[in-house]
Every structure is written in C-alpha cells, then in structure tokens.
Design a protein around this ligand. Structure first.
Ligand code: ZN
Length: 142
C-alpha cells in the first residue's frame, strides 16, 4: 500500500494508543495501523478506528471521572496527545472552539469531547473519508 500523502510504502505495525483525563490514563494495546515509511502518516482500518473512538468516547463520557469544565492549551494538547501547534491549527480550522481570556485560551470541555462524538466517523456509514482519518490522526497524535 502507498501513502496518499507522499507515495512512500506503508507498513503495518503493532502499537498502542492512549488517552488521558487528569491523572487517569487508558492505553489500548495491539492496535495495528499502517504507517508511512516516508512521512509517518498513520492509517487505521475503519473497524479499528471505530473501536478506538468508541473506547475513547466512553472514557470521555464517564461520569465517574472528575473533569474540569475549562481547559487551557496545555491540558488540551496533553489530553489529545498532540502538539500545541496542532491545537492552534484545530482552533483555526474550527475543529476546536475556545475563548481568549486575557492572553490565555480557554477551551470548553464539551467542545473537546465533541471530537470523540461517533458522528465524526459513523455518520457516513462504513465509509471513512480522508477528513475522518485526519480527525482520528489528530486525536491519536499524528
Ligand atoms: Zn507518507
């Protein structure tokens, strides 16, 4: 299989993905995405992508975990396991919503959790578009 971005060969690897809320962290092991040998782009099997999303969403939805109502850039980038630059990019393209208070951005927890909503993947039936994969990539840390 060739990478859709750079055309390099893609290899199936075994890895794990994780998500965290505050002091809690879950890790899903045995995930097998294809990873580009050229640009590191990851591609998940649609079924596997949905499984990861379901688990992450259930975790984010848990009423038993105490969660702050507002998050700063640090906390959001830590939560999503992406760089702060990615957070700013997601702000720019509207995937994340935040308010600037003084010089600091504050993210509503709900707007972050919305990223885990099943419609991001499932609403299109069994078809996962490149946009869906980008969303999943950004959730999983590029
Ligand atoms: Zn590539």
């Amino acid at each position: 299989m060739k990478c859709v971005y750079c055309g390099s060969e893609m290899k199936k690897i075994k890895t794990s993905v994780s998500a965290s809320w505050g002091k809690y962290k879950i890790e899903i092991q045995g995930v097998e995405p294809y990873v580009c040998t050229g640009c590191d782009h990851k591609m998940y099997d649609p079924e596997e992508a949905r499984m990861i999303q379901e688990i992450a969403r259930g975790y984010a939805d848990s009423k038993l975990i105490e969660k702050p109502e507002f998050l700063n850039v640090d906390e959001v980038s830590d939560l999503l396991k992406v760089s702060q630059q990615t957070i700013y990019n997601m702000l720019k393209d509207g995937r994340l919503i935040a308010s600037k208070i003084g010089r600091e951005w504050r993210f509503n927890r709900n707007s972050v959790e919305r990223l885990f909503a099943p419609q991001a993947v499932a609403a299109r039936g069994n078809t996962i578009t490149k946009n869906d994969l980008d969303i999943i990539d950004s959730l999983l840390g590029e």
